[in-house]
Design a protein around this ligand. Structure first.
Ligand code: CP
Length: 314
């Protein structure tokens, strides 16, 4: 098992072996997290800047905790209190952070390609924490990690992604990850938000929610990404709820062991009924928990770690 990448920019360019290396390394870090002493010295002496130019709860906090568990020095960049407000560019901002000896930049940005741009102009390691509607690689990695924990495998599973696919970076990263690991991926949602062009990524596209749910091992819901939609993509939220919301009646037609996933934030009563979100079939909070081990693994590997065999005590 090896890893030789300086950055994590996307899932599209990863090989299946590289994805499995992250998952196995994350499993070793999850075991570390159950010990009395949860910290390891892997990033001691390294400085990590969390450059979040878009809002985040789960990703920002779990990256910060992952960095602390790896003994890094952590800086959280606040857009509101920064010279972005005075017109400083992303490139100048990032180069100033590097001038202050930042070894890693973890970036979330509304522009697709922002992490790739920084990787070209900086010496620091760049980790993509979500770029526009393009990719959210650590979300996909924690999602396949969670699926593998429950189902023991990814290959051969039927995974349905239901919701706003067009504007979702989570969908794109997850399509790459799940297809590369051998799952069958079905996409469903309003036709305006699930164009047939996604079939080119090896997915099945359907607009019939019952067909999408029937036979699925995993039903992965996505919220409507209002912040990225520049025009009205469907008539009303009420119509969306009627046609695509996951409720008890719809879920009753799914396989009894089908599990529910959602990257968060969830919109209760829209894409998912509250009682399903809080049920024993929902993996929503487990996904968040697993994000910590997965982000530790990503930082550890980008720093030169080769795989789970190098995680202390493994
Ligand atoms: N899933 C996810 O990216 O959540 P946040 O936007 O809160 O980080």
């Amino acid at each position: 098992m090896t890893w030789a990448r300086k950055h994590l920019l996307d899932i599209e360019s990863l090989t299946p072996d590289e994805i499995v290396t992250v998952l196995d390394t994350a499993r070793a870090f999850k075991a570390v997290g159950k010990r009395a002493i949860k910290k390891v010295p892997a990033l001691r002496g390294k400085t990590v800047v969390n450059l979040f130019i878009e809002p985040s709860t789960r990703t920002r906090i779990s990256f910060e905790l992952a960095e602390q568990r790896l003994s890094a020095d952590v800086i959280n960049f606040s857009t509101e209190a920064s010279s972005f407000k005075k017109g400083e560019t992303l490139k100048d901002t990032a180069r100033n952070l590097e001038a202050l000896n930042a070894d890693f930049i973890v970036i979330r940005h509304s522009a697709s390609g922002a992490p790739h741009f920084l990787a070209r102009v900086l010496d620091a390691h760049v980790i993509n924490a979500g770029d526009g509607a393009h990719e959210h690689p650590t979300q996909a990695l924690l999602d396949v990690f969670t699926i593998r924990e429950h189902k023991g495998k990814i290959a051969g599973l039927n995974i349905t992604i239901l919701g706003d696919i067009l504007y979702s970076r989570v969908a794109r990263s997850n399509i790459w990850a799940r297809r590369k690991l051998g799952a069958t991926v079905t996409l469903c949602g309003p036709a305006t938000l699930v164009p047939k062009t996604f079939e080119q990524m090896g997915c099945r596209v359907t607009y019939d929610v019952d067909e999408a749910i029937r036979g699925a091992d995993i039903i992965n819901l996505l919220r409507i990404q209002h912040e990225r939609q520049r025009k009205t993509m469907f008539p009303s939220i009420n119509e969306y709820i009627q046609l695509f919301g996951l409720n008890k009646e719809r879920l009753a037609r799914a396989k009894p062991d089908a599990l529910i996933m959602h990257p968060g934030p969830i919109n209760r009563g829209v894409e998912i009924d509250s009682d399903i979100a809080d049920s024993g079939r929902s993996l929503v909070l487990e996904q968040v928990t697993n994000g910590l081990a997965v982000r530790m693994a990503v930082l550890f590997l980008a720093n030169g770690g080769k795989g789970p065999q190098e995680v202390a005590g493994n």
